[in-house]
Design a protein around this ligand. Structure first.
Ligand code: NCD
Length: 329
């Protein structure tokens, strides 16, 4: 897949302008469609360096003097704290706005004005917001790079990157794998982004969901248009025996207008020892977390459980992205 033409370089460290050839310098990270195989390889190799850096030294001063504004209009544990940890471990500082109810947003301030405010104080802005397209709107108004940390049911590109990194690490390859995504494929932004990223590789998809939570057409169109095959089913038992990756998702309660419908589908799939006894010996179970009841705690010590690795990898990948957009990778 051809790389998208680079958009205008945003206002980051002018001294680092000679680093622009990484393809990320001064860029927003809004969607996985910005990534091709070369860019993925680059971010993954920097992510690997970041892991070694943290393991050996704990932190570095690569982003010393830089400030990240972490703007979260929706709840978050892992994404917000891993971005913060990533910035701190690279020697930068963070303005954390995790409780927008205590910011001027509650007074009715618009997203453009909030973004204009934060760009005056920071070098890069991470944003999570309930509306699809909100990160793109923020990017339109910001002269500093914007990183999308989840725009409603739209995308969650940094999660998809850490997911792909985890698959490649755990299974040693991505091409040739059979990947089943299970649960809320309609509202789950992580599976939207991950599917659109995986089409860069020769993989096979199985989409497992209740009828009302099927993968949206625009995502299926990407799968089709890139020549990939997929299967849709309601029964996880249909495919468990030959999948390499079982990517489980939470039913996204907050996106339902009728909570009675949520109650009907919420515990549709539970990964437990009985199900895992039918899975291959070499495969992985993933989940972006938080889990509610989708994966039994009895699986946590199964060597195939990769969800805590995903969580750890998130910080390395976000360190790589921050360093890359700020021209230091
Ligand atoms: C996911 C999200 O926010 O989309 N969480 C995360 O970032 N790890 C998944 C979810 O909330 O179910």
């Amino acid at each position: 897949m051809a790389s998208k033409p680079q958009t205008k370089v945003k206002d980051v460290d002018r001294m680092a302008a000679n680093r622009v050839d990484n393809g990320f310098y001064g860029q927003d990270i809004l969607s996985v469609s910005q990534f091709d195989r070369d860019k993925l390889d680059f971010i993954f190799s920097v992510g690997e360096e970041m892991r070694m850096l943290v393991e050996r030294f704990g932190s570095a001063d690569l982003l010393q003097g830089k400030i990240l504004a972490n703007l979260f209009y929706e709840p978050s544990t892992r994404t917000s704290s891993s971005f913060m940890a990533a910035m701190l471990r690279l020697g930068g500082q963070v303005i954390p706005i995790n409780n927008v109810q205590y910011s001027s947003v509650t007074k009715g301030e618009s997203l453009p004005d909030t973004v204009r405010t934060l760009e005056s104080y920071s070098d890069v802005i991470v944003i999570r917001h309930p509306d699809v397209g909100s990160a793109a709107i923020a990017a339109h108004y910001s002269s500093k790079p914007i990183i999308n940390a989840g725009d409603g049911v739209g995308e969650h590109p940094t999660q998809a990157l850490l997911d792909l990194f985890t698959i490649s690490e755990a299974l040693g390859t991505i091409g040739g794998l059979k990947i089943a995504m299970v649960g809320d494929l309609k509202f789950g932004r992580t599976v939207h982004s991950l599917t659109k990223l995986l089409v860069n590789y020769p993989v096979e998809f199985v989409f497992v969901s209740p009828e009302i939570l099927r993968m949206p057409k625009d995502v299926l169109d990407v799968v089709n248009s890139t020549g990939h095959t997929y299967q849709e089913t309601e029964d996880v038992h249909d495919s468990i025996s030959d999948v390499d990756v079982l990517y489980v998702t939470r039913v996204q309660k907050e996106r339902f207008t009728d909570l009675a419908v949520y109650e009907e589908v919420k515990d549709h799939y539970v990964v437990d020892p009985a199900l895992m006894s039918k899975a291959k010996e070499r495969m992985i179970v993933m989940h972006p977390l938080p889990r509610i009841n989708e994966i039994s705690y009895a699986i946590d010590n199964d060597p195939r459980a990769a969800y805590f690795d995903q969580m750890r990898n998130g910080m390395y990948i976000r360190m790589a992205l921050l360093a890359a957009v700020l021209g230091k990778a």
